[in-house]
Design a protein around this ligand. Sequence first.
Ligand code: GLA
Length: 386
Amino acid sequence: MNATAREFRELYGYPPEGVWAAPGRVNLIGEHTDYNDGFVLPFALPQRTEAAAARRGDGLLRLHSADAPSGVVSLDIAALDPAHPPPGAASWAAYPAGVVWALRDAGLPVGGGADLHVRSDVPTGAGLSSSAALEVAVGLALADLYGLALTRPELAALARRAENAYVGVPCGVMDQTASACATDGHALHLDTRSLEQRHIPFDCAAAGLRLLVIDTRVKHALADGAYARRRSSCHEAAAVLGVPALRDLPYEELEQALAGLADPLHRKRVRHVVTENERVVRIVELLRSGAFREAGPLLTEGHASLRDDYEVSCPELDLAVAAANAAGAYGSRMTGGGFGGSALALIDADAEPEVARAVTGAFRGAGHAPPRITTAAPSAGAARLR
Ligand code: GLA
């Protein structure tokens, strides 16, 4: 019995029916493109959220997290309502409750209820999709327990709906899809319009490379309005340009399109999205030909675009990127929504101590709290553990 199952038994007094796990993600490239119908290229982290679960018969949902001090949160499934998500110390429970609400709302029967215990080693607020990991782990557990015929992309869509409509974060579908659908040793090339997926081999270790994840420990909060404002700007600009979404602007026609936009903010946001989609396409080609190192400069270019045109970086992320590159990284960028969270650096495997030291030293020199530096190998998506 693993630790999560054991804790479930201690907590509820009987063993769980199973344990399910779903990973966090790092996005290699394709940032702020998923709500513009564009392309993304995330991969799953080895860090994951585990959910031990068992069905009940009385319509109650009992939730407990090893990582939150809220105790057991008990909710009546029939009464779940996006207008009244769990408050205060139990606000983490809005993610699993939202998934149950989304299942109920989609006409999928989970009405008997469930007992759930979760534990996670995905850092929260680090831009590594701890919320998607929680949603997908719980969604997969309930789908399996109740025998619901949900495909992985459907599970991802449902988890995203939970986050949009129940938790109130207007995110795209990238994080949940990465957590539900990624495969070991691959990055996931997702077309967020057609939802077509391609699994691109990305075995960094075999190529003598390493991916460093530098968590700046600056907490990001996507719900604070800045993310939603970026999203609205993009939709406004698409309307001005007469296209359904910024995805529909070909890279070759960017200059012409920019000339047709009167609002300088629209011009910046559009330039980021269109060039970022192009960077995804180019990096996919490079990975396919095994030219991993050549992707580095495009990562750094993507960072500059997020910093200058999309304006979602912060001084700590900029410093992490500059310091990693100065210490020999092939390229680096912030990853995830931004305003804090983590940066990613592509480095030679044997350069890890040196780059980590350089980044930590730069943070110390600038008076920032020390970053948390880990490595990430593209890992498997969600699965039942037992
Ligand atoms: C967050 C959102 C994603 C995506 C990224 C930015 O992680 O959850 O849907 O928009 O920001 O690329």
